[in-house]
Write a protein of this length. Structure first.
Length: 345
């Protein structure tokens, strides 16, 4: 898949999702970026802002097999992975494995923080290894496999905070935010007779998503940009305001997502600006403030701003071919798109 086709498919997918998720173009683009980077997404926001609708819209747009799990405190790990049950058909008694909802392309895990830690851990192997081990047998999951999870950070009664090990397995943490007045008007009109997302038609296929994932790996990551990513991640480990810095998985995640963002802009080379745009969605949930920093009123965003100002971006990364592409007009449009995404992160 060449860069032009990649960009067209990306834009077509975003436009389709935007027909039911109104006024959240930046979040939609970041969510699709995470999916093509073969990562999982955690949507964290207050109830009723469209987290589940966005997750459903992405799944339906890709014509993907999808399952939904509504997490509750009494849910068991087998309710997600599946389990062996007795089958008496055929006149004999035997155990047969019945697949759980995790055996799908897109798994929507609603209110993930309402499940107990034991149940949450059932997702760890699936998210990291793309397979499930039950009764000593490892079973591969369909491709692509993506977890789109939601959680409410405000209501804490009856919830179990996600451990750092599981948070680290989410490529992005995204926040929807409240809709604008015009966006809310469109939402009200679109859902008058039922859920607007129910009528959403697919415009891509899972095979095309897999092809886009493969194409994104071919995007060039210059050594200077690679070093820039490493310097930023290393800086999080040395900052006095953080008790937990970013892991090596964060470096991998930044590189993967930056490649997708470059391909979505029709480029075959990553720019430092791609990395800057992705810092908050990739690193925001991986960093932990010290108690003193929290008391001073600092936030993770403040720390990331300080690190970006301290770690200088490399110069002279743009090659002749990409410079020519920008000169034809792609640069200004894509630059605006990236700046909008910064606000969403």
């Amino acid at each position: 898949m060449d860069g032009t086709k990649f960009q067209k498919l990306f834009e077509k997918t975003v436009d389709n999702v935007n027909t039911v998720v109104h006024g959240k173009d930046d979040v939609v683009r970041l969510a699709l970026t995470a999916i093509i980077a073969n990562g999982h997404v955690l949507f964290e926001d207050v109830p009723g802002v469209g987290k589940s609708v966005l997750a459903r819209a992405l799944a339906q747009t890709m014509h993907a097999q999808t399952s939904r799990v509504q997490c509750t405190p009494d849910m068991l790990p087998g309710d997600i992975t599946g389990s062996s049950v007795i089958d008496s058909s055929g006149g004999s008694m035997k155990f047969v494995f019945k697949e759980g909802p995790v055996f799908t392309n897109v798994l929507l895990v609603d209110e993930i923080n309402r499940a107990t830690p034991k149940t949450q851990s059932a997702l760890l192997e699936a998210m990291a290894e793309r397979n499930v081990s039950v009764d000593g047998v490892s079973r591969p999951l369909p491709k692509p496999f993506l977890v789109l999870a939601t959680q409410n950070p405000v209501e804490q009664a009856g919830t179990f905070p996600l451990p750092e090990a599981q948070l680290d397995r989410f490529l992005f943490r995204l926040r929807m935010g409240y809709a604008s007045a015009e966006g809310e008007r469109l939402i009200m009109r679109g859902n008058t007779k039922g859920l607007e997302v129910d009528g959403l038609e697919p415009v891509t296929t899972t095979a095309e998503v897999l092809a886009m994932q493969e194409a994104a790996t071919e995007v060039e990551l210059p050594t200077a940009v690679e070093t820039y990513i490493i310097d930023i991640v290393q800086a999080t480990r040395d900052d006095a305001a953080l008790t937990l810095g970013a892991s090596a998985r964060a470096s991998i995640s930044l590189a993967k997502a930056a490649r997708v963002m470059a391909a979505a802009d029709g480029r075959m080379q990553v720019y430092p600006e791609d990395v800057k745009v992705l810092l908050r969605p990739v690193l925001g949930h991986r960093l932990m403030l010290t108690p003193d920093a929290t008391l001073r009123g600092e936030s993770v965003d403040d720390v990331l701003d300080r690190i970006v100002n301290r770690v200088k971006a490399p110069l002279g990364v743009v090659g002749a071919a990409t410079a020519a592409s920008s000169a034809e007009g792609n640069g200004s449009t894509n630059g605006r798109r990236r700046r909008r995404a910064v606000a969403a992160g």
